[in-house]
Write a protein that binds this ligand. Sequence first.
Ligand SMILES: NC(=O)c1ccc[n+]([C@@H]2O[C@H](COP(=O)([O-])OP(=O)(O)OC[C@H]3O[C@@H](n4cnc5c(N)ncnc54)[C@H](OP(=O)(O)O)[C@@H]3O)[C@@H](O)[C@H]2O)c1
Length: 435
Amino acid sequence: MSDPLRIALAGLGTVGTGVIRLIETNRDMIAARAGRPIEIVAVTARERSKDRGVDLSRYAWVDDMQAMAARADVDVVVELVGGSDGPALTLARSALDAGKGLVTANKAMVAHHGLELAELAAIKKSPFAFEAAVAGGIPVVKGLREGTAANALNRIYGILNGTCNYVLSEMERTGADFDEMLQAAQEKGYAEADPAFDIEGVDAAHKLAILAAIGFGTRIDFDAVQTEGITQVRASDIAQADALGYVVRLVGIATLEDHGEGPRLLQRVRPCLVPFRHPLAAVTGPTNAVVAEGDFSGRLLFQGAGAGDKPTASAVVADLIEIARGQSGAPFSVPVTALQSCAAADPGDRIGRDYLRFTVADRPGVLAEITAAMRDAGVSIESMIQRSRDHDGGEVQVAMVTHEGPERCVTEALSLLEGSPSLTAAPLVMPILKD
Ligand SMILES: NC(=O)c1ccc[n+]([C@@H]2O[C@H](COP(=O)([O-])OP(=O)(O)OC[C@H]3O[C@@H](n4cnc5c(N)ncnc54)[C@H](OP(=O)(O)O)[C@@H]3O)[C@@H](O)[C@H]2O)c1
C-alpha cells in the first residue's frame, strides 16, 4: 500500500473528536477505500488537559495552532475550530500557503473567504475541500459537484438549519410558541447557548451561498443572500398554514434566472409555507434536506443529519479519502477563475404566492383598509382567515394567501399600509414554496 496521508487536526470539539473516533474505528476500511492509510500525526486545541473522551497519546500535541501548517510531516490540515475569521482563517491561509491540503467544516469561513482560499489552493495545486460545511453528513457538495455535473440546475433549495427545523416542526407538533420550543431545542443540544446565527437564518445563508456557487458555477456571494429568520413566526401562523394545507419551514432558495438582462442570482433564506405534498414538508426535527432541480436529472432530494459529531465526521473523512485517492477536483465545481460573477436578482421580480399575516386593532374598517391596499397595489387575494380577537382584547390576527403575482406588488401593498394605526405589529410575509 502507498504512503499514508498524514493529517494535522486543529480543533478537538464535537467534530474534531468525531473525526478521531471515525478514523480509529474504520481504519482498515478507510485505508482500503482510500488506497492508502489515513493517519493523524498532530492535533491541537485550546486546552491540552481537557478530557475529550478520546485517546490523544499517539498524536503529537501542537501548542501553537499556526505551527501545524509548517510541519514537514503533514500533508493535509483539517480545520475544525470554527469562526469566519480569526485563528481558523489564519490557519487555513497558512496551510494552503505552505502547500498543504485543507479540509474544513467551517461554513462561515467558506462563505466569507472560500474564493480566496480556492484561489490559493489553485495556485499551490493543493486540495481544498469542505463537504462537512454544508448539511453535515449529507454528501450534497459531492452530489452537486459530481452527481449533477452534467446538468443545468434551475433551482437549489432546502432546509439548511437543523435548529430552526426542530423549532418549527415542534411548534407544529405541540402548538407551543417560538420561545418555548427554542428553549426545548437548547435543552436537547440542538441549539447553541447563543442561537442567534441559527434562528436569524445566518447559518443557513452561509450554506446556501456555498451551494449556489457550486450548483450554478457562480462566484460565492454571501453578502447578496437576503436573510430572514424564524423569530417572527407564531404558533398561530403555523396553525393557519396547516388549515390551508401547508407547513412552515425555514427554506434557503437559490435560483438563477435570466429575464433578458443576463443571468441574475436570487439567494434567500426565509420562513416559507411548504405544501403538505412537497417532500420538504415531511422533513422534521433537526434533519436537513437539499433539493436540486437539474434539466436532465429532474428533482433530486438529499436528506439526512445536518449536524452532530458522527455525521459531520463522516463528511470530513470522505474529503480525506478523496484527497488520499488523488481525486480532488475544483472546490466549487469549476476552476475558481472560471466562476461567473453574477448580479443579484431583484426580489420584486419573483412571481409567486405569499402568506401574509397582519395583527390589527379590533375595530370596524380595518379589514377594508387592508384589502384596499392590496387592491391598489395589484395584489389579488385567494383566501383570508380572520382569527377571533385575543382574550386580552384589542387585537385581531388576519391572515391571507395571495394569488400568484409579482412580489413587488405585495411589497407595495405593505408600504401603503406602513404607519397605519390599524396595524398593531409589523406584518409577516412568508412565500409559498412552488412545487
Ligand atoms: N457541531 C456540528 O455538528 C457541526 C456540523 C457542521 C459543521 N460544523 C463546523 O465545524 C467546526 C467545529 O465545530 P464544533 O461543533 O466541533 O466546535 P466546538 O465543539 O466548539 O470545537 C471547537 C474546537 O476548536 C478549538 N479551538 C477554538 N479556538 C481555538 C484556538 N484559538 N486555538 C486552538 N484551538 C481552538 C476548541 O478547543 P478547546 O476544546 O480546547 O476549547 C475546540 O476543541 C465549526 O466551523 C462548525 O461550524 C459543526
